[in-house]
Design a protein around this ligand. Structure first.
Ligand SMILES: *Cc1c(COP(=O)(O)O)cnc(C)c1O
Length: 797
């Protein structure tokens, strides 16, 4: 069907008529999109079925990846690329007068995630399929993904996201595979045949209906599955108020929680978590049961990976199935469970560590709570036997303490592997945050530095650069990212470096057009495109960037001879709707932008741009056009970061703190090919422990800081009154928890160095090339191979 342009066109036209009931001349672009999408889905269906049959027949181990978020973005073009038919389709459509780019614009981003964690899950699915590994995703089919952001008068406004408005061509609803999830009710214990058995009575059940999406590997015959669960009312509810029941049921898969760094503690969130976990475990066990007569060897064939603690109830849920449904005793069930589950920790921020109050947990999930209680009691018993009387240690490590269930503790105790997401992060887990657990279970802890689906972030996002690379070193880099290191031989090839510059400038022009279209501001493509795009959070320190911009502006105003490389500062960031402080920073960025962009003295030398609604499809246009990648979190706070890797592989240079994977970027490219600055993680953690930082001293003694910080509150920005007082207070009155003022001088110095380096085009392009050449390490193929070999024990099929 896709083997020649002619064949493609014929099939497409026939299909269009059948599916839309219109002639070609009457059809719309959306009809074209729908037709093409369903053609691709059908095209892969043979391979998809065959893959599932292979998995069923195989004795090999399989992994299920459980994640409350998947930030997939658009799928059409990536699927065409992976199937190796992008060119055929593009030319065929062109012959019919259809522009593939335009069809791609019609596809909604699948934005079922907040940021890094959800995007990592999406990158992992791509690598699992591309490496022919037996690995499937399970998640929730949120009706509304992450909210759409509009900027109105400088403020963030949130609108409900509607990705399903025109349907989802990639999914197949499988009503016959639905499962039931019980909530509320009570547990009855009875003796049956000399055995204590538990029955969950009077539960309110919700039906979980799977919607399967094919995960198409890069030029592989392997098609894995992403199974997204939809919550629906059960046919015969016991509920008296049917409408209320329907509403409450459907609300479980209605909205994604729009926060990634804060534990909300809301009952609906716990419902979502158990809904995902119970549906997934029931479906995994049911599939397993087609092949095996018992679950005795379950852990030898199945690995269940939990992405952060959100799916940690997989542990008690698997225990429930093994004990209540399969009839195993506790010890046997615990052995199987503990050897099935592996866990990734994503953060050490204390406000993000999930804990559930017992008064919410117990009534909602009575049987699950009983099991967690039993796990806790047995664990505390063990601790007691190791160190009788050490109540403090037991209190610190217990899973249930102070009326809360601590989800990270449950994850560590009930799994065989605990991994961090970058070297520094894993060290902090072992040496500080989870030290007592590391001492107890040293063999469980390991590091898996994050990676990215570089075929999306380079091959798809940056066609001109990809073409240059393929022309130079051949196409094997699209299978093995390490091949990018061959580019190092062009380090001193000035014509190559010039081509690199030319491509960067084309990409900058393309972004400049988007900026003009979205904001009405004309930007100078000869300027440094200095970019910070990521969720808005105090620890990510967008504020440090803004204060430096204000300082540069102040210098330009004061000294007409002041000269520095021209800059376009670009921001993209969503703030959690309830995160007051983050929203203030968004307003500040827009206020600063308004002032600077309209000051004729500044002109072409500086512009500040806030691009609204940052998401995967916008990100794909930004990274290829970036010169500078801002990765300036307070050291120790950013577990890894993956945005840093997407910038790097597109040739942007990093200005960053020694945090997360920035450290590993520096190790790869060398100190001379990255701009690092600021406090180290050890220094930050030392201040937290022992005090000794006084932000006021920096405010009073550094004139540059005082000037910019005072401008937040002294009427410098007309018409905003006391809008920015909370920011002023956080820096001066509340002792600047994130060390913005402490790192200001070092950041300003390194920005000066960046300006100088940019003037030397040849040097800059050489640094850029070095970064691209070393970025292969950050392919999620490498990360997934490490998970497969060192945690899951799965092999390519
Ligand atoms: C990669 C990515 C992120 C994560 O960015 P960080 O800089 O690592 O926080 C967030 N959102 C989107 C849309 C992304 O593509």
């Amino acid at each position: 069907m896709f083997s020649s342009t002619l064949e493609f066109k014929n099939t497409f036209l026939k299909r269009l008529e059948m599916q839309c009931g219109k002639s070609f001349s009457e059809s719309s672009s959306r009809d074209h999109y729908q037709t093409l999408g369903s053609m691709i889905r059908e095209f892969v269906s043979n391979d998809w079925i065959a893959t599932n049959e292979r998995y069923l027949a195989s004795e090999g181990k399989q992994v299920y990846y459980l994640s409350i978020e998947y930030l997939l973005g658009k799928l059409l073009r990536q699927n065409l690329i992976n199937l190796g038919v992008e060119h055929t389709v593009q030319v065929g459509l062109q012959d019919l007068g259809i522009d593939l780019d335009e069809l791609e614009e019609l596809e909604a981003d699948a934005g079922l995630g907040n940021g890094g964690l959800g995007r990592l899950a999406a990158c992992f699915l791509d690598s699992l399929a591309s490496l022919n590994l037996p690995g499937h995703g399970h998640g929730i089919r949120y009706k509304h993904g992450l909210f759409e952001q509009k900027i109105v008068d400088g403020y963030q406004v949130e609108l409900p996201e509607q990705w399903l408005r025109s349907g989802n061509v990639w999914e197949i609803r499988k009503a016959d595979r639905a499962v039931k999830i019980p909530f509320w009710g009570k547990v009855e214990a009875k003796m049956e045949n000399d055995r204590l058995v538990f029955h969950h009575q009077n539960a309110e059940t919700v039906t979980a209906v799977p919607h399967d999406m094919p995960v198409i590997g890069f030029k592989s015959k392997n098609v894995n599955t992403l199974r997204l669960w939809n919550a629906e009312p059960s046919p015969f509810p016991i509920h008296k108020d049917i409408l209320k029941y329907k509403r409450e049921t459907e609300s479980i898969s209605e909205f994604l929680y729009p926060d990634d760094t804060h534990d909300e503690g809301k009952i609906l969130r716990l419902k979502q978590q158990y809904f995902l976990v119970s549906a997934s475990i029931q479906s995994i066990v049911r599939t397993y049961r087609k092949q095996h007569t018992s679950l005795e060897q379950f852990h030898k064939h199945i690995c269940i990976h939990i992405n952060d603690t959100h799916p940690v109830l997989a542990i008690p849920e698997l225990m429930r199935v093994l004990i209540d449904e399969e009839g195993y005793d506790w010890d046997k069930a615990w052995h199987i469970t503990k050897h099935t589950i592996s866990y990734t920790n994503h953060t050490t921020l204390s406000e993000a560590l999930e804990k559930w109050p017992i008064h919410i947990f117990r009534p909602l999930l009575p049987r699950i709570y009983m099991i967690v209680e039993e796990i806790n009691e047995r664990f505390c018993q063990e601790l007691w036997e190791q160190a009788p009387g050490d109540w403090q240690r037991i209190g610190e490590l217990a899973i249930i303490a102070d009326h809360y269930v601590k989800m990270a503790h449950l994850a560590i105790v009930g799994s065989f592997s605990v991994n961090g997401v970058a070297k520094l992060h894993t060290e902090i887990l072992k040496k500080r945050e989870m030290k007592p657990f590391y001492q107890l279970f040293p063999e469980k802890f390991n590091n898996k530095t994050n990676g990215i689906a570089y075929r999306r972030w380079l091959l798809k996002a940056n066609p001109p650069l990809s073409a240059l690379i393929t022309d130079s070193i051949g196409p094997s880099w699209t299978y093995s990212a390490e091949e990018l290191s061959q580019l190092l031989k062009y380090q001193n090839d000035s014509s190559f470096l010039e081509q690199l510059l030319k491509i960067k400038n084309e990409n900058k022009q393309r972004l400049a057009d988007i900026i003009l279209d979205k904001t009405g501001v004309v930007v100078n493509t000869g300027a440094i495109f200095d970019v910070q795009v990521k969720r808005l959070h105090a620890y990510k320190r967008q504020l440090l960037n803004v204060l430096h911009i204000m300082h540069l502006y102040n210098r330009m105003k004061e000294d007409s001879n002041f000269s520095t490389a021209p800059r376009v500062f670009i921001f993209g960031a969503k703030a959690s709707p309830g995160y007051y402080y983050a929203k203030k920073i968004i307003k500040l960025i827009n206020t600063v932008a308004e002032k600077i962009n309209n000051d004729p003295i500044v002109g072409d030398k500086m512009k500040v741009i806030f691009l609204e609604n940052y998401r995967v499809s916008l990100a794909e246009k930004i990274f290829p056009a970036s010169d500078i990648s801002e990765q300036i979190s307070t050291a120790s706070k950013e577990a890894s970061g993956t945005g840093n890797m997407k910038f790097m592989i597109n040739g942007a240079l990093t200005v960053g703190t020694l945090d997360g994977a920035n450290i590993e970027i520096r190790e790869l490219v060398g100190d001379e090919n990255i701009f690092t600055f600021g406090l180290t993680a050890d220094e930050v953690l030392h201040y937290y422990q022992h005090g000794g930082y006084q932000s006021r001293e920096y405010y009073h003694h550094d004139y540059r800081i005082k000037q910019a910080v005072d401008q937040l509150v002294n009427g410098f920005f007309p018409g905003v009154q006391n809008e920015f007082e909370p920011i002023f207070d956080s820096l001066v009155e509340e002792n600047d928890q994130y060390f913005v003022l402490k790192d200001f001088a070092a950041y300003t110095d390194i920005q000066g160095k960046i300006g100088e380096t940019f003037m030397n085009k040849n040097k800059w392009q050489k640094m850029s090339l070095t970064n691209i050449a070393h970025a292969g390490y950050f392919s999620s193929d490498r990360t997934i191979k490490e998970y497969a070999d060192e945690i899951w024990g799965i092999n390519p099929l």
